[in-house]
Design a binder for this molecule. Sequence first.
Ligand code: GCV
Length: 644
Amino acid sequence: MKRLFLFLLVACHLMLVAKANDGSSLWLPTERNATPSKVVKGSKCKALEELKNFYKGSTPVLLRLDKKAGAGDAFRIAADTQQITLTASTTSGLLYAAYDLLRMQQLGDIRSKEEQPAFDLRLLNHWDNLDGSVERGYAGKSIWKWDDMQIVGKNVSIAPELQQHICDYARANASIGINGIVINNVNASPKMLSDEILRKVKAIGDLLEPYGIRTYLSINFASPMALDSLPTADPLDSQVRLWWQKKVDEIYRLMPHFGGFLVKANSEGQPGPGDYHRTHADGANMLADALQPHGGIVMWRCFVYGANHKGEDRVKQAVSEFQPLDGQFRENVILQTKNGPLDFQPREPYSPVFDQIKKTPNMVELQITQEYTGQSRHLVYLAPMWKEFFSYVEPARLRGIAGVANIGDDTNWCGHHFSQANWYAFGRLAWNPQLTSEAIAREWLQLTFTHDENFVRPMTEVMLASHEACVDYMMPLGLHHIFQFDHHYGPDPAGFKPEYPLEWCPVYYHQADTLGIGFNRSSTGTNATSQYREPYCSQYDNLAACPENLLLWFHHVPWDYQMKSGRTLWQELCAHYDRGVAEVDRFHNVWQQLRPLLLRADHNDPRRWQEVEERLLHQQENAREWRQTCLDYFGSFSRMPQNQ
Ligand code: GCV
């Protein structure tokens, strides 16, 4: 009897632990119906399958394909007590409707609605390499296990666990509206276009396609030379053009739904048309011509510096390079530009490329992986930063949106449980940039952790405050790029390496001296302000009118300059660093108080709470390191005390 009791106790415990959450299920519904729901009807498609598996209601659901319903991915949900009807003109529209219904079910609020995505292109960019590493990846190795895919005759055999993992990944993306992925790093290996890898890419693409996800590739501009020993990669050379045409034809024979190429050219050592004194337009157009008959596109990155405009202020170089080419690109070329003019800093002004490129379609590149925002060790919710960008650049002016993925083979996909929120928020904003950061945070917390308001309310507040806190303890008032070299984690305001280009060195960016601090980009300095449209051009140019959160981005400001608060610049700087540190302390306190609540939600499994706790402890330490290093260093110029 005693043994039976013990056995039952252990069995119950195991069941509870098995139900507990290790983060692998993300925000998705996990409990499948024991038998497929009988009340869901419609023609066979992925949406039907998902609803049969996960729709729990008793109100019948009907999926209707109707050519007259909104274009593309748009859908309608009509819900009353008798019936829920999902209508779309495409199976992908139905799929988004199905995930919307499941989300409403999870949130306990099923309503009628009409939805249409803001952007046609909603893409993840993976910076994954063929050797399994991920550039700027903080969540383990790449999820693409190239070695677990074997070429068998004409087919590729993928290990069943890998297949399942890729489908889980596709499902997570589709559930938030992402409809395309660039599989590999923009620092691309030419081998991506080899026969073997292309066949494996096709095998991945076949798993993604039922989820409405199109596959794209980053390409290396010198591939014709590296793969087939052509003597040149000159985009105006007829052999090179023929090579690309044949390669593209080969890709489309394998993958009729292939999306196109993403290209980093003549940037940070990558080859490009500039190697042959050709322009970016020459390079992009050559690829566009090869892709055009198949309906493919070229996403050509504007992240270019240090080539043709050496010595010019780095944040001006993209406009200098691309603005004169505006109007010269083929119709299937889109210029892809990072949200800010430098490089994914915790805060940047928007990139003036979005003002100056008027005839060529633009898309924005956001960074979901937290290269410069604490990597997967800091809790930093990025939706407020992305919303800030959209307050300057109208979504309607953009053809698409790309997010550099933060996904790896870690159990919880993203390294930090709260980094999942950034993947989620990216997808939700790519679908609808009008959603508020708060609504997305609340929704994500409820889907991922618990519906308990005593958890959701305080953690929503923490998430919303976390980006500004990060700016404060890292680089307040418009400071930028004072990270440690190469890995970009932690502070190094004194950073200078004579062997590195100056524009990789922190001292170039803060320009601190005994008079003051900040980069003079006004008309008396590099005149970067002139690249902005009005009213921002005048606003940024004028020290008194410049928003204080961008002050040191645009101006070199005296240490005793009087800020709006009445404090001197130095005092204000100290106050921001203090505030950043105090905020992280507060986040940690909130998390500690939520322990019992989360443990209850996680069936007494402390794993998620503990994993976040460890990271918050580290974040506190790192925030302090930022404050101390920066204030000690800048104080050596201001010669003012830190506790004034
Ligand atoms: C993929 C920054 C990053 C690089 C990245 C580059 C880019 O410089 O540090 O890792 O390379 O941006 O976006 O191309």
